[in-house]
Design a binder for this molecule. Structure first.
Ligand code: DC
Length: 227
């Protein structure tokens, strides 16, 4: 049992977990774990080494040299893979899809488990992903699950891409998000699902600021056991 404070935030792709986590981390002065980034880095490395076999992927998941470094203004995290900055390529839709495909493999998930749990360090951790509250930190007492309709999440993503000058088609984004939701929530191991004791926040019609405020308001102030 650890008494390091912990908040878990789970939910589907594009729901804003990452932004909410960073804002909370800035506010509370805690660390973050972007567990999706781990699956994404693994997918990138697998592509780079042309690996698709489960055993080889599992070995890679154990040995991969991943380094997360918060940006000085805490607006994001720089991700290094074998010392190389992969932060940008990591965020692409194709990397997200590849990560979701790798994430169905039980041995790969098991390999990443201890690496994820090692992020629980003082003064506290905000962990976001799909199974933070159900599998990785099942005894956390501050669990949140964010939801938003597929259309709303696709709209947000579409706007982000447009702002970056990237050409995108809304119907394609809707299809991709729906497919990823289906794969993430129907896999046999650690599927995307709200923990029975999670606070569910429907975010379709509220701002990021409101989501952050809502989490801070509902948070129980006690320290939080992790394992
Ligand atoms: O949160 P994200 O979009 O960066 O995650 C990419 C993929 O990684 C997601 O579609 C499924 C997988 N993932 C997972 O299976 N479990 C997690 N805790 C986080 C991500």
């Amino acid at each position: 049992m650890s008494n390091i404070p912990l908040i878990t935030i789970d939910g589907p792709s594009g729901v804003g977990k990452g932004t909410v986590s960073l804002r909370l981390a800035k506010h509370l002065g805690w660390h973050t774990l972007d567990s999706g980034a781990m699956y994404r880095v693994l997918a990138l490395a697998a592509k780079h080494h042309n690996i698709s076999d489960e055993n080889a992927l599992t070995h890679l998941a154990h040995t991969l040299k991943i380094h997360f470094a918060p940006l000085p203004d805490l607006s994001g995290t720089q991700v290094l893979l074998d010392g190389q900055d992969v932060s940008q390529v990591l965020r692409s839709e194709s990397t997200g899809i590849a990560a979701s495909k790798i994430a169905v493999l039980p041995a790969v998930r098991q390999a990443l488990l201890a690496r994820q749990r090692a992020f629980l360090q003082a003064p506290g951790l905000i962990a976001d992903g799909r199974d933070m509250g159900t599998v990785v930190f099942p005894t956390a007492s501050n669990k949140f699950f964010l939801t938003a309709t597929c259309e709303e999440r696709a709209n947000r993503r579409y706007k982000q891409l447009k702002e970056k000058g990237i050409d995108a088609k809304l119907p394609n984004i809707i299809t991709e998000i729906a497919e990823r939701d289906k794969r993430d929530s129907t896999r046999t191991i650690a599927p995307l699902i709200a923990a029975t004791d999670a606070n569910i926040i429907e975010t379709s019609n509220i701002s990021i600021e409101k989501v952050v405020a809502c989490i801070l308001e509902r948070m129980v102030p006690s320290t939080t056991g992790s394992l």
